[in-house]
Structure formats: structure tokens, C-alpha cells
Design a protein around this ligand. Structure first.
Ligand code: ADP
Length: 158
């Protein structure tokens, strides 16, 4: 099966990577769909985020990386995915994710969202937390793939 794993990935963390790895194990093919949100200025450009994911998933078979703008369900349709993969870190994620899943189902009734519970030791991880730590020169090497750690260090001049 082919699942769409959409997100901002600004930047990719080990939590995202863990979900991609488990997604491949479970479904066979994971299409990582990187959101180009024209309403928000990202920390890393779309090209950089795509490149970070490409480099960090080189060891995996069954991963494709695409970028998209607009509705996730349209991207899922274009990519021939009837499943959307999302991660759940804590109860705080649940309300928003449930709302998204219902919205997507109302827009495309053949599209199902599947949730994977985050691996416990990644449950505190988010792109914003990582950026905050990197900004103040903290160690992030255990939180993100090597290329992301290097690019964050460059970005914050640490
Ligand atoms: P979005 O802006 O769409 O939430 P993110 O890049 O923040 O994009 O997250 C994409 C997906 O990855 C979401 O389903 C989110 O719950 C999941 N995710 C984020 N951080 C982690 C993590 N540490 N472990 C597992 N899943 C995560």
C-alpha cells in the first residue's frame, strides 16, 4: 500500500523519520509530502526541506518525496494514495488531528487517515522545540538527522 505522509517538516526531526521508517514497514510505500504554505515564511525553504528528507531517507526503500500546495486530499489523489499517515505525540495533538481527519474525509470520502503513536522517546520532539534548542546553542545531534543538525548550526551560527 501507498500512504501519504504530509507535513511542514521545517525541519525534519528524528520523530518524523521514525514515523517514515515505521510507515514503510507497515505499508510498503510512503510518499512524504512537504507542504509549501504560502501564508507562512518557513525556517528552511521548500527545496532545503526536500533535500534534508532525501538525504535522511537514503537508507530506506519505498520512500518518495514530493512537495505540494493546497489541499492534502488533492495531493493524496494526485499521488494515488488512499491513506494519509499522521503521528500522534500526545493528547494535545489529538483534537487538531481528529478535526483534520474529519475534514479530509468530508472532502474525499475514500481517503482514510491512519495514526501512529509516536515512539515514546520521541514524544516530546517537535520542529519548533529543536529550533529553539539550536538557537541557543544546545546539543541537537540526538534529535535530528545529521544534515539537519549541520544546517541548523549554520543557520544560527553556533
Ligand atoms: P504539520 O505542520 O502538518 O503538523 P509537522 O511537520 O509538524 O507538520 O508534522 C507532520 C506530522 O508528523 C504530524 O502528523 C505530526 O503529528 C507528526 N510528528 C511531528 N513530530 C513528531 C514526532 N516527534 N514523532 C512522531 N510524529 C511526529
Amino acid at each position: 500500500m501507498r500512504v501519504l505522509y504530509p507535513g511542514s517538516f521545517d525541519p525534519l526531526t528524528n520523530g518524523h523519520l521514525d514515523l517514515i521508517e515505521r510507515g514503510v514497514e507497515l505499508f510498503g510505500e510512503v510518499v512524504v509530502a512537504v507542504l509549501h504554505n504560502t501564508d507562512k515564511v518557513p525556517t528552511f525553504s521548500l527545496e532545503k526541506r526536500v533535500h534534508q528528507i532525501q538525504q535522511s531517507t537514503k537508507h530506506l526503500r519505498g520512500v518518495e518525496i514530493v512537495s505540494f500546495e493546497g489541499l492534502t486530499v488533492d495531493c493524496a489523489k494526485d499521488e494515488k494514495c488512499t491513506l494519509i499517515l499522521r503521528g500522534l505525540r500526545a493528547l494535545s495533538d489529538f483534537e487538531y488531528e481528529l478535526q483534520l481527519a474529519h475534514t479530509n474525509r468530508s472532502l474525499a470520502c475514500n481517503t482514510e487517515t491512519v495514526f501512529l503513536a509516536t515512539t515514546a522517546h520521541h514524544s516530546f520532539l517537535s520542529s519548533s522545540v529543536v529550533k529553539e534548542v539550536a538557537k541557543f546553542g544546545g546539543n541537537i545531534s540526538h534529535l535530528v538527522p545529521e544534515i539537519v543538525a549541520n544546517e541548523l548550526k549554520l543557520l544560527f551560527n553556533k
